[in-house]
Ligand binder design. Structure first.
Ligand code: 6GU
Length: 234
């Protein structure tokens, strides 16, 4: 999995070199390059935005630097990448998309700022590569950078070899596949500040443990995400 990340704030992506994701890069399992959109401008002030046609508040990112950036990245690519445009107006990002892009050889993230990127950029891009506009939730961020950090973490941990014990992904994908939220976890000590670890987890009885965990998953899902029960039923 190789990613090009285009942004006007390259510094946002320094934390990708930390922890599991940074380790995966150093191990050669994934790689990415961060590009400053302003390197595709030609004016003295490296202008990337302008006022919106039709009026309204805020600024819109100009199409020209984006067009040149995409052309350059496509010229350098050995195969056709997927363009991912983070926007609160996009389709929901999901574990399924994370799996899809973890298996992709090349993705390009286009981080918009202000009120977004001139809509013709996505139209042009779609003539040259698959384009996905995606949102990470129903709230508004100032730009796509933080969304790309979240998506990169979700994607990279699914690249084969990145997570040490693939069993943990299997368990998790069961949780995702079942459409239920994760059950609560406990570790030592068995008694802490008057709260005890649920007896069943100490029983060593695998079947009872599984049944208890599934009950807790259903309970939690019903409490905070009833939409998931409706969607999946059971
Ligand atoms: Cl992907 N971008 C921005 N700017 N805001 C968001 C988002 C993305 N997802 C949720 N809010």
């Amino acid at each position: 999995m190789y990613a090009d990340i285009v942004t006007i704030f390259p510094d946002y992506f320094a934390p990708l070199d930390l922890s599991l994701v940074g380790k995966a890069r150093r191990a050669g399992l994934v790689n990415w390059q961060v590009h400053d959109l302003r390197s595709w401008t030609h004016d003295r002030h490296h202008t990337v935005d302008d006022t919106p046609y039709g009026g309204g508040a805020g600024m819109v990112m100009k199409p020209e630097p984006w067009g040149e950036a995409l052309d350059d990245l496509l010229d350098r690519a050995w195969s056709t990448p997927t363009l991912i445009i983070p926007t609160p107006a996009g389709e929901p990002f999901s574990q399924a998309l994370a799996y899809e892009w973890a298996a992709a050889s090349h993705v390009v993230f286009a981080c918009g700022r202000y009120e977004g990127i001139d809509a013709r950029v996505a139209q042009y891009a779609a003539t040259r590569m698959p384009v996905r506009e995606v949102s990470i939730g129903d709230y508004v961020l100032n730009g796509g950078e933080v969304a790309v950090l979240a998506m990169m973490e979700a994607i990279v941990r699914l690249v084969p070899g990145v997570v040490g014990n693939p069993e943990s992904l299997v368990e998790e994908s069961h949780a995702v596949g079942s459409g239920l939220l994760e059950y609560p976890a406990y570790t030592k000590p068995v008694s802490w500040r008057g709260w005890d670890v649920p007896e069943v987890l100490l029983s060593g009885h695998h079947g009872r443990v599984e049944a208890w965990r599934q009950e807790r998953s259903r309970e939690r899902t019903a409490a905070v995400r009833p939409d998931l029960l409706d969607a999946d039923n059971a």
